[in-house]
Design a protein around this ligand. Structure first.
Ligand code: ADP
Length: 490
């Protein structure tokens, strides 16, 4: 039933509950397709609430030992082993990722290394989950603060980083002593199942990491079950703001911890003192990675009037020279397909609206001949606030450029959104760098850098872009609870 005959999927592509490969209890399944070719890659179980409940039962049971009877050192050793296996299988895992997601093979390999890196990092953090002993206000007492694992974590993850969005959460959760149930995006379940397989290979105990695959029609019910279940302690979600809000509402009655990594609307500002080559390189990396389908992708480009024409010229040349569109599994391709045709339709609608309202199309501006899921890398200039593209997360390979005249004006423009994930700017003026970095209403700022994610960095947003941070030592906060123990009568 699967076209992946490697030992990654020893019993076909099934869900993974309590250390076993299982069909959905109803026997239903759904197809996974390659967005570059439309070919069917595999079919996976279409799990429903009953299967999702079984996964929670297994995670709850495993938590009793993983959370209380293993040492941080033991958990760290297992995470390190899992990291080593992912790196050993990097090529194989990248091929699976590219086949179901579309991103170029080189980017997929990069994602496997980036994703695996969270296991390496959190293996270290596991052993540094320090508590505190605080001087008590009275003589005969000791005040201890312990950090305890939160319990069972339910994760719902997106298709744009099918591996790394699971490992970034799971590394921290497992390090803390939590156990995990994951519902991967319906477009990219194979990468999640490949993680399950490598977890087993690494010796992660049964029930500690479970993967429940589900088609879109079963997804809302699974999400609701996990939000409302008293046996799930944390909801950790990466995806659209609309769905994040649903999960937050649904979790309110249980007063559940909810960690959200939601949409962005990242500004990129080019100030007069900027090194234009660096600004263009940063724009290219941030805008066109994953064909523009990352939540930290630059969405609005603001360029000072004094360097506007020069920047546009350089960006145009880079787009024409450096980007090659096609099937991501082929050598030399830098731009794969968008995740599906619907995504192309959305991008194409935004470009048409901008064009009608006076935007200048400098490069691209149309669907690409490689297939129905492809769109040409596009550069639009003279973007105005009334255009839809100025106010929408584009999630596609379209650079939309706005001209500005003063720092004060551009900060207002940049902050004029309810999103606040990443922001970027290019400047060589030291005072301006500190000023603007503080005033941008975002969780992450790249100064003279277009790509800034790493296991060592705290990833997350403000405003409606999310709650909490992932990666870095802050990533442990999401999956631990402080417990205060007052020892009296001393
Ligand atoms: P996108 O638009 O990029 O697909 P979504 O937020 O819709 O982003 O998807 C991110 C994840 O959320 C996916 O795993 C998807 O299946 C899941 N999802 C979508 N709708 C819901 C819902 N109502 N409840 C829970 N999860 C959902």
């Amino acid at each position: 039933r699967s076209c992946f005959h490697s030992d990654i999927f020893p019993s076909g592509t099934k869900a993974f509950i309590n250390g076993a490969w299982v069909e959905s209890h109803s026997g239903a399944s759904f197809a996974v397709t390659n967005p570059a070719t439309g070919a069917t890659l595999a079919s996976v179980p279409n799990c429903d609430v009953k299967d999702a409940e079984a996964a929670v039962v297994s995670a709850r049971k495993a938590f009793q030992t993983w959370g209380f009877d293993t040492t941080a050192k033991e958990r760290a050793a297992l995470l390190q082993k899992w990291f080593n296996i992912l790196m050993k299988r990097q090529d194989e895992l990248a091929q699976i990722l590219t086949a179901e997601q579309g991103k170029p093979l080189a980017e997929a390999k990069g994602e496997i290394a980036y994703g695996a890196g969270f296991f390496d990092w959190f293996a270290g953090e596991a052993r540094r989950t320090y508590g505190q002993i605080v001087p008590a206000p009275v003589a005969n007492r000791q005040h201890f603060h312990y950090r305890e694992p939160s319990g069972v974590v339910a994760m719902i993850t997106p298709w744009n980083f099918p591996t790394a969005m699971i490992t970034r959460k799971t590394g921290a959760a497992l390090a803390a002593g939590c156990t995990v149930v994951v519902k991967p995006a319906e477009d990219t379940p194979l990468s999640a199942l490949a993680l399950a397989s490598t977890a087993k290979e690494a010796g992660i105990p049964d029930g500690v990491f479970n993967v429940v695959t589900a088609a879109r029609q079963n997804t809302a019910a699974v999400g609701k079950l996990w939000c409302e279940s008293p046996d799930v302690d944390v909801i950790s979600f990466t995806g659209s703001t609309a769905v994040g809000k649903i999960l937050l509402h649904q979790s309110a009655d249980r007063v559940k911890r909810v960690c959200l990594e939601l949409g962005g609307n990242a500004p990129l500002i080019v100030f007069p003192s900027a090194d234009l080559d660096k600004a263009v390189a940063g724009t290219m990396a941030s805008k066109f990675r994953g064909s523009g389908q990352t939540c930290v992708c630059v969405n609005r480009i603001f360029v000072h009037s004094s360097v506007y024409d020069a920047y546009l010229d350089k960006l145009k040349s880079a787009i024409v020279k450096d980007l090659k569109v096609g099937d991501g599994s082929q050598a030399g391709i830098t731009q794969g397909p968008l995740i599906n045709e619907l995504a192309v339709k959305k991008v194409s609608g935004l470009v048409e609206d901008a064009r009608k309202k006076g935007a200048k199309v400098i490069v691209g501006g149309a669907r690409h001949s490689a297939g129905p899921s492809f769109y040409e890398p596009t550069l639009l200039a003279d973007i105005k606030p009334q255009m839809d593209i100025a106010n929408t997360e584009i999630f596609g390979p379209v650079a939309a450029v706005v001209k500005f005249d003063s720092e004060e004006q551009v900060i207002k423009l940049a902050n004029n959104t309810r999103m606040g994930l990443a922001g970027y700017f290019f400047s060589q003026d030291v005072a301006q760098i500190f000023r603007v970095a503080r005033r941008l209403e975002v969780g992450m700022v790249g100064v003279n850098e277009g790509v800034m994610s790493s296991a060592e960095a705290a990833f997350g947003g403000v405003k409606e872009s999310g709650l909490g941070r992932e990666g870095a030592s802050q990533g442990m906060d999401e999956f631990t609870e402080w417990k205060y123990v007052c020892l009296g009568g001393l």
